[in-house]
Design a protein around this ligand. Structure first.
Ligand SMILES: NC(=O)c1ccc[n+]([C@@H]2O[C@H](COP(=O)([O-])OP(=O)(O)OC[C@H]3O[C@@H](n4cnc5c(N)ncnc54)[C@H](OP(=O)(O)O)[C@@H]3O)[C@@H](O)[C@H]2O)c1
Length: 341
């Protein structure tokens, strides 16, 4: 197996378009804008699209919008030919000045700190969608959402399906359902084609559920079993799905679960890393019979399985953590079962 040895290699891997991406971008008409591009996923997503456009000789402009509190991040994107715009999406007047594009990938959101500032979480996750859905009513929009809109389900259920009733636990998850509802309303009202991209845990080696577990095991800290299982997907695959979902936007808006095909046991994952690191594994908490799980068979049937298999992802994470690879120090808090982030 070929491992990833450096941040440069990781960035390259995340941003290299697949054959499917190239096919899709050849069919997509019009410019593309990524809103909320300054976070964990946006930069590699924007770069992947820009590279796909270049390789496919597709003549579209790619814009990346965020507050860009880190100016370096904006500069890195500009160097690649992406047009960056600093904008506070909470400000409706600023949103109205954004260039109209046929294709929108909406990533903006707020999760951590939701317990301390629920007002800011609700504003970010529901007011920004209102500004964006109104300004981009003539576009097609892939709206990043989360599997947290579902209730926790039994481990043998196979995970929640798109047709299951949402039942979000806690204010973060409730505000994410609010985000979906705002886009659904505008989709109905203006006929805007939308897809609600219910993502469960992207892994990029610097962060993600597998990384959280691996780092705990490596440091000899106990792994919490309260949330006993999870789904994950390689961030490069999540990026690819996001781009290709533009072709599946509909009015009324349709939800789509986006994650890998496996339900992964926290205990088994920790035991794997313990073997790799030759360490003892410590556990804490009671394993519940329920977990936050999604069934992404619709995504896989329309867009194919992820290109990076779960076993490969495990091996990459183990190698990265053991060699002291960079961490964003942003824990996913996947073990939180009461919805308080
Ligand atoms: N990563 C995952 O595994 C995962 C799982 C489920 C769902 N999601 C959802 O997928 C989306 C993208 O994920 P992510 O991990 O990249 O999230 P993230 O790291 O939180 O990035 C979201 C970005 O949105 C931007 N933003 C927030 N408020 C803004 C404002 N007022 N104006 C302009 N930009 C604003 C921020 O960039 P600036 O600071 O530059 O403004 C922020 O970095 C998020 O909505 C997240 O909730 C992610």
């Amino acid at each position: 197996m070929r491992f990833i040895e450096s941040v440069e290699e990781l960035e390259l891997r995340l941003a290299t378009p697949s054959v499917r991406d190239l096919d899709s971008i050849r069919r997509i008409e019009g410019d593309l804008i990524v809103l909320g591009a300054g976070g964990k996923m946006g930069p590699s997503l924007a770069r992947r699209i820009q590279r796909a456009a270049k390789e496919a000789k597709a003549s579209l402009r790619v814009f990346a919008v965020s507050r860009f509190s880190s100016a370096d991040r904006a500069k890195e994107l500009t160097r690649e030919g992406i047009e960056t715009i600093a904008c506070d999406l909470l400000n409706r007047d600023e949103v109205r000045k954004l260039p109209l594009c046929a294709n929108v990938l909406f990533l903006s959101g707020r999760k951590f700190g939701s317990t301390d500032r629920p007002d800011l979480t609700w504003a970010t996750n529901t007011m920004i969608p209102a500004h964006v859905a109104s300004h981009y009513r003539a576009s097609r929009i892939v709206v990043f959402s989360t599997g947290n809109v579902y209730p926790q389900v039994k481990l043998d259920s196979g995970g929640s399906l798109e047709g299951d009733a949402p039942c979000p636990v806690g204010e973060y998850a409730q505000s994410c359902l609010g985000r979906e509802r705002v886009f659904e309303y505008h989709s109905q009202r203006h006929g805007t084609p939308c897809l609600l991209f219910r993502l469960n845990y992207a892994v990029d080696l610097r962060y993600g559920v597998l990384v959280d577990i691996a780092r705990k095991v490596y440091a000899g800290e106990p792994v919490d079993l309260t949330m006993p299982a999870f789904n994950v997907v390689w961030q490069g695959d999540a990026n690819s799905y996001a781009l290709r979902c533009l072709e599946y936007c509909t009015s009324p808006a349709r939800p789509m679960n986006v994650t890998g095909p496996e339900i992964v046991s926290v205990r088994r994952a920790a035991e794997f890393f313990a073997r790799e690191f030759k360490r003892e594994v410590l556990f804490r908490g009671e394993e519940s019979e329920r977990a936050l799980l999604s069934n992404a068979s619709l995504c896989h049937s329309l867009l194919g399985y992820p290109e990076v298999a779960l076993g490969e992802l495990f091996a990459w994470v183990a190698h990265w953590v053991a060699r002291g690879g960079e961490s964003l120090n942003k824990a996913t808090m996947f073990e939180v079962a009461n919805g308080r982030f």
